[in-house]
Design a protein around this ligand. Sequence first.
Ligand code: EPU
Length: 424
Amino acid sequence: MQSLKIRGGKPLRGKVNISGAKNSAVTLIPAAILADWTVSLEQLPEIRDVEIYRELLRDLGADVKLEEAVIHINPTRMKNSPVSSEKVQQLRASYYLMGALLGKFKKAQVGLPGGCNLGPRPIDQHIKGFEALGAKVTQDNGMISLEAERLIGTRIYLDVVSVGATINIMLAASRAEGTTHIENAAKEPEIIDVATLLNSMGAEIKGAGTDVIRITGMPHLKGCRHAIIPDRIEAGTFMIAAAATRGQVRIDQVIPKHLEPVTAKLREIGVIVEEGDDYLDIRGNHTYKEIKIKTLPYPGFPTDLQQPVTSLLTGVSGTSVVTDNIYQARFRHIDELKRMGASLKVEGSSVLIQGMTELQGAKVNATDLRAGAALVVAGLMADGVTEVTGIEHIDRGYENLETKLRDLGADIWRDEQDSWNKER
Ligand code: EPU
């Protein structure tokens, strides 16, 4: 087993290029199977979640080729077999196979999804959407079966704003008869990205990025080429790491608008953030002041950055409060940060952070992807060496994290887990 080791205390300096978005890639890959010819996706991030998706599509008989950061998916020879392998359980976004296979074959059998353990993650709104489109949905032995004679466009009101349900319904509806209206839809940039791809494939989708999306389905969708949007969560992680180490970093190849909620909060604590057309310059300060952050669906502050920002706030004066209203149990990084000397208290869905604690290097474990990012940020801030285990979670969603950090001057390396006592 590998771990990441970080000797903290070095300010990050330089420029980092942001990769294509994980949460777009894992949507666009299954969306590609709705086409009748090859779909090519550029800016593909090299991360484990994408690798698992490639394997899932190959298992289903799709022809999948990789050419540097471009994936070519030709689904013409795909079979509609049940998808139940342990790969489904490794990946939350495997649930997009439900919408994509239902749209393509009017029938799908997919195992219940896995992914980060963030407390209960129901998929009732996905099911509600599929049923409204005309599918019969049953669940047995950890498998969801969906079947429809015809999929017919309709009005669907989502009871909770859900990224996954919005996208899954869009996928199925893009091959349904007539027009589907999704009301109370999620507005994340990844939703606009999937709508752009489906439109290039020949579907008619309007309103993506607002809370009402109208999808007019087509009997056939064609192949196309599409570039995946930059990963706003990876970018936000580097913004936070730059601020936390009091560094000076250009976050390059981003869409600054997607980072507005993060920029606003960093400015509020005293970080200098300057926006360019496709970059953000981050300049850390020696003194920061406390803040309150509440996670909300886009354009609110993203839940996926709640954990890394908590590490930053341990180095801010006063008491800050971070509240996660989306995943109220997303606090498994807290005990690990405490092991590094942080003064933190969880109260309901909030964490109170008593600032200006000097973090100390320790052996800590990442229990999920963004917990891993939080521990890496803490390691960069800490005195001494931090060892982060559980890095398979980090590898699921960050492309070359330690190489990118090393290029910014961090002292970080990958090591065998049992080598804690070995001299570097
Ligand atoms: N929810 C329901 N019923 C549903 C669906 C969702 O109650 O049918 C609830 C969830 O329990 C949660 C809230 O609605 O409280 C929002 O969940 P959403 O469906 O929006 O989340 P998701 O689609 O499962 C995606 C990202 C997550 C990110 C969330 C929120 C992917 C593959 N995952 O998850 O990303 O945290 O949106 O923005 O796109 C990550 O990247 O680390 C990650 C976990």
